[in-house]
Write a protein that binds this ligand. Sequence first.
Ligand code: FAD
Length: 457
Amino acid sequence: MTESWRDDYGSWGRVIHASHQVERPSTRDGAARCLTADDRPGLALRPVLGCGSGRSYGDVGLNPGGRLIDCRGLDRFIAFDRTTGILSCEAGVGLADILSVACRPDADGSGWLLPVTPGTRFVTLGGAIANDVHGKNHHSFGTFGSHVRSLELARTDGSRLICTTNDHPELFAATIGGLGLTGLILSATIQMRRVSGLAVEAEDIRFDGLADFFDLARESDEAWEYTAAWIDCTARGRSLGRGIYSRARHVAGHGAEPPKLRPGIRIPLVPPFSLVTRLTVPLFNAAYWRKMGLRRRSRQIGSYEKVFYPLDAIGEWNRVYGPHGFYQFQCRIPPDVMRDVVAELLGLIATSGQASMLSVLKLFGPCSSPGMLSFPAPGATLTLDFPNRGVSTGTLLGRLEQVVVQAGGRLYPAKDGLMQAATFQAGYPGLSRFLPYIDPGFSSGFAKRVALIAEAG
Ligand SMILES: Cc1cc2nc3c(=O)[nH]c(=O)nc-3n(C[C@H](O)[C@H](O)[C@H](O)COP(=O)(O)OP(=O)(O)OC[C@H]3O[C@@H](n4cnc5c(N)ncnc54)[C@H](O)[C@@H]3O)c2cc1C
């Protein structure tokens, strides 16, 4: 196992770069040993954190100045029962690998599929559990953690526990969505989902304003398993909240091969300036809104790849934001106020001159999340990307945050780089239940920033 100081671990938004003492274990035993000083007498261990593929936009998977255990070497499949769909893997296995190994179509097009997947397949199993990620089918299948049957957790006191809803149930619920702070996930067992056809029927519907979005969501949530809308953040007045509503569902008898393990093309280098500017964002938004030409609706049957993972087509797309990177902001607004509050947020963005290029609006469903700190809950979730322009971007994000707090909403740690401690504390009522399960040897940039743990020294 190698252990060295490295400066190349940063946030996916490329705003935060930090120096870490990195270890890359290749076995579960080796990973568990990284947590204790037993085989390294005299070594005072710094606070530690596990990390996966680094696809979190902010500092939730970073531990600046501390130790980072990069779990991608824990990449073994342990067992897959093709009759029941129960899959056990080490924590560093990627969702792309799971799709490739376990999700091939049978002769009739049916097959096993990840029950829930985020908008990128290039995340690890451990990362998906630690952020209790959600996908476009939240309203039908809840969060990733709802499908975790057990997980193996190593802690700095030397313990190694199998956690389920029956064994160590509180630690299980703390670890799902626990931001990596309860210990190191070594492996997990999940229940895959059987679909009658791996291919999907997908529809895009252009709509003219926010009221239409809510009508489409109400109409679609019953019959369409995957739903989300792209919003044109530059639109104002009567067009405020216009966009394209995308919905999809599996089609019996139609198979689809798993997507590739790597993107076909990649952005080769970081340009000296951001390609996402005050000029290009409105141009992009206007062009995207008209992508279907004169048609208001398009329909196709094909692979789920384009529906689930549009951004995965281009590797390292985060580089287009240039040397200063970008912030992502994802909030959840409670149902009773969501119409007014989403309109208020979009209005603030449209008048700020800092429109977001990739803005996604979705309604979360009623499925409760198993984790004490899971982000999803009923209501609307709005996701936005902003190039980092320094103070003006921070000011805008601060205003959006205040609106979310006043609405009784919350921000998503996996997407966050600036949230105030008070916002986190107000947004997560499960926090007091969670605190006792933090492993005292663990820390992260996020945990310190929102006062989940105290700054050392
Ligand atoms: C293009 C794109 C689209 C996305 N779409 C969505 C989406 O639709 N829904 C959604 O919910 N998220 C989404 N995300 C966010 C992403 O799914 C999460 O941030 C995910 O947790 C990243 O996993 P990772 O393997 O990269 O882990 P990292 O980002 O490296 O780490 C994430 C967290 O997991 C912890 N962790 C990682 N491995 C372990 C381990 N073995 N043991 C304990 N803790 C561990 C880390 O400490 C950290 O807290 C998206 C991200 C991108 C880049």
